[in-house]
Design a protein around this ligand. Structure first.
Ligand code: HEC
Ligand code: HEC
Length: 390
């Protein structure tokens, strides 16, 4: 009964006071208590007020049917700290960021990454930060909403499942859920971060993984030269017009890309055309790819079609890191696609043979130049994604 009496009173108060105190109330809402801030700032370089994690999609992406949801900044801030915390591995030496480095668009420079005790991962680290690859950025088409699964073999549907697997992998971080929770509880600066994110300081598996996922899902990168040039030159839909801000070579590279690559890697770098394919790396694959996970014959030797955003930074290339440079990748697509039984038809010619683009050396350069326009330099320096440890 009391509840009903209070409500209208509060509403009247809110209306009466709006304007003069609203700002003040809102600001105080976002701050840590002074003693919390002091505790946080002993170890972490975090601002008094959480940074904003929302992103504004360029119109060429939003017009293609992509949306960016709002990111909870308190959860993302907690997730950022968890992402960079080396204590959250059994040796105290490995964090998510060991294999996902911001300066390399959250990939690393090795064919296999180094986990705990010098162990190597089975596959090449994937660059993080894209559009439709992450649940925060989803699209709607005739069939409803779509999202893209994670890993080279698409084995995880969400960033939460993926984070749990990384923390508890014997090769990567070697933790158990119990040791993870214990370590976090022992590190006092986490309490205020959990309080802000979840309203209480309790550390649970669900809370940990959701916070990491909020950070990972929120890694937005769409401020490359390509995005800027597309924004300036197109109606957001027709990518075929030459971009005024591109060099002649970059525009030629874009033409080749739209003709020969976009069918799989998508034309606007947002909406994925399909999630997986075999691109004929060789006749024999050591790694069964998606089939190794699902055990379905149709999935054998199929791999995730990765985003090409920031691709110039994530060498070496392919699931096994077999190519050292974009030049090698382009040589491969031009002349080296193998006649694997699973090779996708987009990489076959009219008579069913592996496609030979036979690009001239100038066209190869043009394609590499175009791929280099996909680098978002701003992303590599953004404070909100950076290492918060002092
Ligand atoms: C020891 C190196 C290593 C560590 C530590 C590591 N990762 Fe990864 N990460 C990888 C590799 C290698 C892959 C690709 C593996 C595969 O597909 O089998 C990957 C893939 C991913 C993907 C999938 C990206 C995509 O587009 O499909 C995400 C997301 C990710 N990692 C996030 C994390 C998070 C979050 C953490 C920390 C909780 C973490 N990683 C810790 C090496 C690492
Ligand atoms: C039939 C679909 C298909 C087409 C067409 C295609 N790709 Fe790919 N691409 C893939 C798949 C699948 C992979 C991952 C293969 C693997 O690692 O086993 C890949 C991987 C890549 C990678 C490595 C990404 C990384 O993170 O390591 C680059 C670069 C690339 N492709 C560029 C291109 C270019 C340039 C073209 C056009 C000349 C092209 N692709 C055409 C399917 C395709």
């Amino acid at each position: 009964m009391k509840k009903y009496l209070y409500l209208p009173l509060l509403a009247v108060l809110a209306i009466a006071l709006s304007g003069c105190v609203a700002d003040d109330v809102e600001v105080r809402e976002e701050y840590y208590y002074p003693e919390e801030l002091a505790l946080i700032q002993q170890t972490l370089d975090l601002p008094e007020k959480p940074l904003d994690y929302d992103v504004q999609l360029p119109t060429h992406l939003s017009r293609s049917g992509l949306f960016a949801r709002n990111i909870n900044r308190d959860m993302a801030t907690l997730g950022r700290v968890l992402f960079y915390d080396q204590e959250l591995s059994s040796t105290g030496e490995v964090s998510c960021a060991s294999c996902h480095k911001q300066e390399l668009a959250f990939s690393d420079e090795k064919a296999s990454s180094n986990g705990i005790n010098g162990q190597q991962t089975d596959r090449n680290s994937l660059a993080l930060g894209s559009v439709a690859s992450f649940a925060a950025y989803y699209g709607v088409d005739l069939f409803g909403t779509f999202g893209v699964p994670f890993m080279w073999d698409n084995r995880f549907g969400t960033a939460r499942e993926q984070a749990k697997a990384a923390f508890t992998s014997e090769k990567e971080m070697g933790m158990t859920i119990e040791s993870l929770i214990q370590t976090i509880e022992d590190r006092e600066f986490y309490a205020p971060l959990f309080r802000r994110a979840y309203g209480s300081t309790a550390v649970t598996e669900e809370r940990i993984m959701s916070a990491v996922a909020e950070f990972v899902d929120g890694l937005g990168t769409f401020d490359s030269k390509f995005d800027q040039a597309a924004e300036a030159s197109t109606d957001g839909i027709n990518m075929n017009v030459p971009f005024a801000d591109f060099t002649a070579l970059e525009n030629r590279g874009k033409e080749i890309y739209l003709e020969s690559c976009a069918g799989c890697h998508s034309s606007v770098f947002g909406r994925p055309v399909m999630n997986e394919a075999n691109n004929g790396l060789s006749m024999n694959y050591e790694d069964e790819g998606i089939g190794g996970f699902t055990q379905n014959a149709t999935d054998m030797y199929m791999f995730k079609i990765p985003t090409l955003r920031n691709i110039a930074l994530s060498a070496p290339y392919m699931h096994d890191g077999r190519f050292e440079s974009l030049e090698e990748v382009v040589d491969f697509y031009s002349d080296g696609v193998a006649d694997h039984p699973k090779l996708h038809e987009l990489l076959r010619d009219g008579s069913g043979q592996p496609l030979r683009l036979n690009l001239s050396s100038e066209d190869k350069m043009a394609l590499v130049d175009f791929l280099e326009t996909l680098t978002d330099v701003q992303y590599l320096q953004e404070m909100r994604y950076s290492d918060p440890f002092k």
